[in-house]
Design a protein around this ligand. Structure first.
Ligand SMILES: Cc1ncc(C[n+]2csc(CCOP(=O)(O)OP(=O)(O)O)c2C)c(N)n1
Ligand SMILES: [Mg+2]
Length: 554
């Protein structure tokens, strides 16, 4: 291989790995390779804030199930991207993030914008490294792609010093070797899982996004039906199980461990699959499982198995293959034993009997009556009635999500996404990334007025690139979720209810989302009344290109 500058070889490597987009925000220390980019077949998607760049890449990686490339600028750009990298790490998005810096020769100078970028990135990435010798530029890039794409998937940072990028390398560009992790447990381990779970009278399944990542929805349904076990989402931001299935219980919630504790109480056997346990902000410190409960955990991420509480059997295996083997072991009619007698009859009801007050409930089928339906309810119902084929929803509506789950219940894999890791601002850029990865799908994002403002600049990117995604701002003038959480806190501490902190209010002044969207190049309409909903939705779908609705709700 003839020698060429590393900044050119970089693009050969990206092409070898089939990478077609770079999401980023440029700076001077990346000028060498950005200049080079113009000569290559790679689309640069310009974001006006690094949070938006990482958020778009996150949606792209999730919907496309492939690595997404990000470019950030030095300590300042990486710093701006860190909140969104955190959520990519929590959610397992395979991002390859290139961070530019002035050069290795300046290490001792401590110049402007210099920082220990690898150390900054480490807590929010799966792996962070720096190219320090030009002869290993492509080796390091391939390691980044491999690490990002190997379960547990996650973001990787590669720091690129500009002086190294200008040097010559003769490394060949060859496709990255990503190992196959479709591993199945040994037959005796599957038998042991069936032995632990099969005799249960009151089995329970806790699931997470590892199910969707493995494409294991059908196998999970088979196991749930054979065990007759209700299925609860613990860390679900995608479709891991059809939420209209009678065995679907709901979500345990992300805030309070006592909510999950109510769900698992009384279960004598628990199958955990594709999730960490438990993900709340305030988890229970003592095990919420019944002392005699038998616990089996299947995951490709060994770190998550028995991370907080012991299990009886942990299986590091691909969820789809492991669940298929378990379903076969349980047999088509489910296991014989004390729990088998009335399994089929009692379980659809029991799927809902553990619903805790503040955990997200399973979607109720009955729509609210017309007269007192909320505007959000009317909107979701009208949208559902006219939903185009393949409608893909990014739900960052937070307290306004209920009607979405009711009228557009997540059922089909790859058609529903939520924020993860608790980082707000993923909805708008995430929808753009999804649309770029899957242009054939109609994509709509719902986001709160609060959440949208973290990355509202992404609308400009939507207009610039003419990305035909639709956006709905659920505009309640507040950080409403914080109202609900503080009310719970007051209750627990015996504090009398009073006005919420002024910092939860977003009405001083009102944010004019329609004007704001138009100023960024996205046509928009404000909707305040139920009788405006149908025509707004019609206009939204009729418009070719990005479009925003400012939905003014209580
Ligand atoms: C980046 C980030 N900053 C702050 C928070 C804390 N936070 C959690 S919920 C919330 C309010 C969100 O408001 P909005 O999007 O309007 O939805 P609503 O609660 O009104 O339904 C805030 C500020 C967060 N989760 N992420
Ligand atoms: Mg709000």
């Amino acid at each position: 291989m003839s020698a060429r500058p590393a900044k050119a070889a970089l693009f050969e490597q990206l092409a070898a790995d089939g990478i077609s987009h770079m999401f980023g925000n440029p700076g001077t220390v990346e000028q060498g390779f950005l200049d080079e980019l113009e000569r290559h077949d790679l689309t640069y998607v310009l974001a006006l804030h690094e949070g938006a760049a990482v958020g778009m890449a996150d949606g792209y990686a999730r919907a496309g199930r492939r690595p997404a490339l990000v470019q950030l600028h030095s300590g300042v750009g990486l710093g701006n991207g860190i909140g969104m990298l955190y959520q990519a790490r929590r959610g397992g998005s395979p991002l390859v993030v290139l961070v530019g810096e002035a050069g290795i020769r300046y290490d001792a100078m401590d110049g402007q914008m210099a920082a220990d970028l690898v150390a900054m990135a480490r807590p929010v990435t799966k792996y962070a490294t720096r190219v320090t010798d030009v002869r290993s530029t492509l080796r390091v890039l391939r390691r980044a792609v491999k690490t990002a794409m190997t379960p547990p998937l996650g973001p990787v940072v590669v720091v690129l010093p500009a002086d190294i990028m200008d040097e010559l390398t003769s490394e060949p560009a060859v496709p990255t070797s990503v190992p196959d992790t479709r591993s199945v447990p040994a037959p005796q381990a599957v038998r042991e899982a069936a032995r632990l779970l099969g005799p249960a009278r009151n089995p329970l399944i806790l699931m997470g996004d590892g199910v969707a990542a493995s494409g294991a929805q059908r196998e999970l349904t088979d196991v749930a039906e054979r065990l007759g076990a209700p299925v609860w989402g613990v860390n679900c931001s995608e479709v891991n199980f059809d939420t209209t299935h009678p065995l679907y219980g709901g979500q345990t919630g992300h805030m309070f461990g006592k909510d999950s504790a109510k769900v698992v109480a009384g279960a004598d056997a628990v199958l955990i699959v594709g999730t960490y346990v438990f993900p709340e902000v305030f988890p229970e410190l003592d095990s919420p499982f019944d002392p005699g409960a038998r616990i089996v955990h299947i995951d490709l991420d060994a770190y998550e198995i028995a991370k907080n509480f012991p299990v009886d059997l942990g299986l590091v295996a691909d969820p789809r293959l492991a669940l298929a083997a378990l379903a076969a072991e349980l047999g088509p009619d489910g296991p014989a034993g004390p729990g088998s007698a009335d399994r089929a009859a009692r379980l659809p009801e029991r799927a809902r009997t553990r619903t805790p007050a503040s955990a997200a409930p399973a979607p109720a089928p009955a729509p609210a009556p017309e007269a007192d339906a909320s505007l959000m309810d009317v909107f979701a119902r009208t949208l559902a009635a006219r939903a185009p084929e393949g409608l893909t929803v990014f739900d960052e509506a937070l307290t306004a999500s209920g009607p979405l789950a009711r009228h557009l219940p997540p059922r089909e894999p790859g058609r529903f996404f939520q924020t993860r890791g608790g980082s707000l601002g993923v909805g708008i850029p995430g929808a753009l990334g999804i649309k770029l990865a899957r242009p054939e799908l109609p994509v709509i994002a719902f986001t709160g007025d609060g959440g949208s403002m973290y990355t509202i600049q992404a609308l400009w990117t939507a207009a610039r690139e003419d990305i035909d995604a639709k956006f709905v701002i659920c505009n309640n003038g507040r950080y409403r979720l914080l109202d609900l959480n503080i009310a719970q806190y007051w209750g627990e501490l015996g504090i009398a209810p009073h006005d919420a902190p002024g910092s939860f209010d977003l009405t001083r002044p009102d944010i004019g989302f329609a004007d704001l969207a138009r100023s960024l190049g996205v046509p928009a309409r404000r909707v305040e009344k139920a009788d405006e909903v149908a025509s707004a939705i019609e206009e939204m779908w009729a418009h070719q290109g990005p479009y925003l609705i400012d939905l003014v709700i209580d």
